[in-house]
Design a protein around this ligand. Structure first.
Ligand code: NDP
Length: 509
């Protein structure tokens, strides 16, 4: 047990403040490029997490009562602050994940845009509106509005330590909730930075708090008295989160991994498709939930496509410098998974056209292109989360769609086709599809984001993402007495008869 460096001041830094009576253990976040310590953070246990949730509840009432306009003013101030200090946050993201500086900056650009959208659109999407009372209740004024849940627990991964959790945090706050956020043990500093900057513009209450620690701290958040848990991470942990939340019937949003496919049709712009495949697979060292992990290319254009991809990939190098093409594998244990997928692909008859076993040089992995890998090998069925691309040939784009849909995941997908883009996209079993570009849907704040199958359920971003953090509340108000009232013991036999006749007249035809 050691004294933590943080949380000694009384102001709301966003971090749960340490008590002197029972000091929590500390842990370090490390720079995966160098192994150097980036920061030291407390391990929060169940009682600390519960205290954060209790504190959040008081502030939440104030936040809700501010209304959409009051919250928007504060969220806009936070957005401006994030934009102004974007480079500071990018340095921290680079330090904790190892990703190149411009990738971190790009992530933060998306954060700023989503925050703007959530604050600007919350009134329209969630505010009270009248709906038709229908023929039976024409004497009623009927309204619906979307009220905040209260306190939302957000559990996030490390690969996009700002963009991914902010998909929940920004939308939950805009909807009027308070948030307790458990960042990945690999990126606690980014979580604390987000909370402390929020506290700068909203000093009144700790509405965005961070609890740090390992999996147990996340599990504690599931058992704390939150009103919803928004989880982003692996499918296996997602199942554990759901099981824990089921004990208290706490609703969950589960955003998990993927094995996204890119389909290249015979009429596709091959240069654009190759560029997209390489960016989708290799950027962020392949550690992207909606990264391109598999490509299905139509036979007639396959040789040319593989050549274009190989030419591009061969020029890319990982490294620790801020301007590297790609950084290290952030989570060291993932290196073994990547190594095994490459090795198994080769053992099972696949061909490494760029790189191979030697490409794995922890903490870095050089980009690898594998072709003709059996469809039942791990490199095709499991999330690799590394800078590898599997390219398999198909007779037609339709066969590509069939193979893309055969997996257990269904997060995103990509289609390159001049004539059939939208048609093929609609047949993909996934939550999002990009036609003739890659990953673009994540940068459109108005679009919902989330998956099916083992990729989870529920949506962040867009109107669906705002509603995800609310409960719909329906209200009817009597405007005048009902001419025919069947819902009273004073009704006559004629009342229901007349009602049935009326219903047959207007709805029975
Ligand atoms: P993990 O599932 O390992 O961890 C996710 C979060 O859950 C971490 O904060 C982790 O804490 C926490 N956690 C671990 N155990 C528990 C538990 N029992 N109860 C509650 N929380 C727990 O995922 P990674 O961090 O490795 O992230 C990578 C995964 O995230 C990939 O599968 C990727 O595809 C997916 N992902 C999905 C996205 C989407 O939007 N669909 C976006 C980005 C990533 P700790 O780190 O301390 O163990």
């Amino acid at each position: 047990m050691t004294q933590t460096a943080r949380g000694s001041a009384e102001e709301h830094t966003g971090t749960v403040i340490s008590e002197t009576s029972s000091e929590p253990a500390d842990f370090d976040s490390l720079d995966p490029r160098t192994g150097e310590t980036v920061g030291t953070h407390p391990v929060h246990d169940q009682s600390r997490v519960q205290r954060a949730v209790d504190t959040a509840r008081t502030g939440q009432r104030w936040w809700e009562e501010l209304g959409f306009e009051g919250r928007k003013r504060r969220l806009d101030a936070w957005r401006r602050l994030l934009a102004a200090r974007l480079d500071e946050a990018a340095e921290l993201i680079s330090a904790e994940t190892g990703k190149p500086r411009d990738d971190a900056r790009l992530e933060l650009v998306l954060v700023v845009d989503h925050l703007h959208w959530a604050a600007a659109n919350a009134p329209k999407v969630l505010g009270r509106r009248r709906v038709s009372p229908g023929v039976l209740m024409s004497n009623q004024a009927a309204t619906v509005e979307y009220r905040p849940f209260g306190v939302v627990g957000v559990i996030g991964p490390w690969n996009y330590p700002a963009f991914t959790p902010m998909g929940s945090i920004a939308y939950a706050l805009a909807a009027g909730n308070a948030v307790v956020f458990k960042p990945s043990e690999l990126t606690p500093g980014v979580g604390e930075w987000l909370a402390s900057t929020f506290a700068e513009v909203v000093p009144e209450h700790p509405l965005l708090q961070v609890v740090t620690g390992f999996g147990e701290t996340g599990a504690a958040l599931c058992r704390a008295d939150t009103d919803k848990v928004a989880f982003t991470g692996s499918t296996e942990t997602g199942k554990r989160v759901m099981a824990a939340c089921s004990e208290s019937l706490t609703p969950v949003l589960v955003e998990c991994g993927g094995k996204d496919a890119l389909i290249v049709d015979s009429d596709a712009d091959l240069r654009a498709a190759a560029e997209a495949a390489v960016w989708g697979a290799v950027s962020n060292a392949g550690q992207t939930c909606i990264g391109v992990e598999r490509v299905y290319v139509v036979d007639s254009v396959a040789d040319r496509f593989v050549q274009l991809v190989s030419d591009r990939v061969e020029k890319l190098r990982p490294g620790g410098q801020p301007t590297a093409d790609l950084g290290p594998i952030t989570m060291s244990s993932q290196v073994d998974v990547i190594r095994e997928h490459i090795a198994e692909g080769a053992r099972r008859g696949g061909r490494a056209v760029v790189g191979g076993d030697d490409s794995v040089r922890p903490p870095y992995v050089d980009p690898v292109v594998l072709t003709d890998v059996p469809e039942d090998s791990a490199a095709v069925t499991e999330e690799t989360f590394g800078p590898t691309i599997v390219i398999n040939r198909v007779r037609t784009a339709d066969e590509g769609i069939e193979r893309a849909n055969a997996g257990r995941y269904g997060l995103g997908g990509t289609v390159f086709s001049r004539a059939r883009g939208n048609e093929l996209a609609r047949r993909m079993r996934s939550g999002m599809v990009a036609v003739n570009s890659v990953i673009s849907f994540a940068a459109v704040p108005a679009l919902p984001f989330g998956g099916v199958g083992d990729s989870g359920f529920g949506r962040i971003h867009g109107a669906d993402g705002l509603r995800e953090f609310t409960r719909a509340q329906a209200v009817t108000r009597t405007r005048f007495p009902m001419p025919i009232n069947p819902m009273t013991f004073g009704r006559s036999a004629r009342t229901v008869r007349r009602l049935v006749a009326l219903m047959r007249l207007v709805r029975g035809r």
